[in-house]
Design a protein around this ligand. Structure first.
Ligand code: HEC
Ligand code: HEC
Length: 284
């Protein structure tokens, strides 16, 4: 149910993306971003919009995240890094599992059971509430990474340098994109700097994920992933029908076409993002 509503919400925000009116939603976010601790209702609503806008799912529960921070620091930071960007353990800000988690339902089982073969211990001592708080803390780190560019006022975005943006694009983006091809008219689609910047930083849109399941007798089935966690996988098969497996008995391959973008996220400086925004806005 919550997945469906997320999909619906994202579909609406996707439509909204193409409309100039989006900027009206985004503006309060810019103001809000400078004071992340403000929590009056009037400011909470736009934050939610920024989430849908960025395709990030529900806004993190900031009160829980605050409680989760010391628990994270004590139990997880040595392996996953102080702000979850990875150390000997993987970067959680870029984790596909984390991005698809809404309230700890995917992160929780990993914390409880660990990944013994992969080098992560089980944390049987943590309560469900503590696990929820940690999950919210991790979501807040994802939010901070994705929203970082939006913290700066749009005037600063405009002040980016087109030439530097062009050079950065050629070096970093041209492997997947072309200014004469897929991005040739991107400037007309996102005429507002903030919308363009959000699109560059985080082009993801929630929606049904495609996946291929390989069963233990080697049969491959492709379709839309309806449910996926450490225990159970449900696929709506393209050829028709729905199947459910116990996850450990099958191989689930979920192509992540935005992996390239997630990998770039922690690497941009604010200037890089402003220069790119300015440059892509000239493509009309
Ligand atoms: C001793 C090091 C270590 C500690 C401590 C640790 N982890 Fe991990 N964690 C890992 C490793 C290594 C992996 C990758 C294991 C694998 O995928 O096989 C991992 C995987 C994960 C994943 C899954 C990421 C993905 O994309 O599949 C999550 C979520 C996670 N850890 C959260 C946590 C949280 C929250 C804590 C603290 C309660 C924690 N970890 C503590 C080492 C650790
Ligand atoms: C590894 C490949 C890869 C790299 C590198 C990459 N992108 Fe993307 N980009 C994608 C994919 C895949 C999409 C999603 C396209 C889709 O949804 O159909 C995308 C989407 C986008 C979009 C949204 C396009 C739209 O029509 O709304 C923008 C803007 C964008 N990328 C800009 C960049 C910029 C700027 C860089 C360099 C800093 C970059 N990308 C680097 C693969 C990449």
């Amino acid at each position: 149910m919550s997945k469906t509503s997320t999909i619906l919400l994202s579909a609406t925000s996707l439509l909204c993306l193409t409309a100039a009116l989006c900027y009206i939603h985004l503006k309060p976010v810019l103001a809000n971003a400078q004071e992340p601790d403000q929590q009056t209702p009037a400011r909470t609503a736009p934050t939610r919009n920024s989430h849908d806008f960025l395709g990030l799912g529900p806004a993190p529960d900031t009160a829980a995240a605050k409680l989760g921070e010391p628990i994270y620091k004590e139990n997880c930071a040595t392996c996953h890094g102080p702000s979850a960007r990875g150390a000997q353990g993987p970067n959680l800000v870029r984790s596909v599992l984390v991005l698809h988690d809404e309230k700890g339902e995917e992160i929780g089982p990993v914390i409880k059971n660990g990944r013994p073969q992969g080098g992560m211990p089980a944390f049987t001592n943590l309560s469900d509430t503590q696990i929820y708080d940690i999950a919210e803390y991790i979501h807040l780190q994802v939010e901070l990474a994705a929203n970082r560019g939006l913290y700066t006022h749009s005037n600063t975005i405009i002040s980016g340098d087109t030439e530097k943006g062009k050079v950065f694009f050629a070096a970093t983006c041209a492997t997947c994109h072309s200014v004469a091809g897929d991005l040739a008219t991107i400037g007309t689609r996102y005429p507002q700097p903030a919308a363009m910047l959000a699109r560059i930083a985080w082009p993801s849109t929630h929606g049904p994920r495609q996946a291929t399941v390989t069963t233990n007798n080697g049969k491959k089935l492709t379709g839309t992933l309806i449910h996926y966690d450490d225990f159970e996988t449900t696929l709506r098969i393209d050829a028709g029908g729905t199947s459910t497996w116990s996850t450990p008995t099958v191989t689930v391959d979920i192509p992540d076409k935005l992996g390239g973008h997630r990998a770039l996220l922690p690497k941009y400086t604010d200037d890089d993002l402003h220069n790119l925004t300015r440059y892509l806005m000239t493509l009309k």
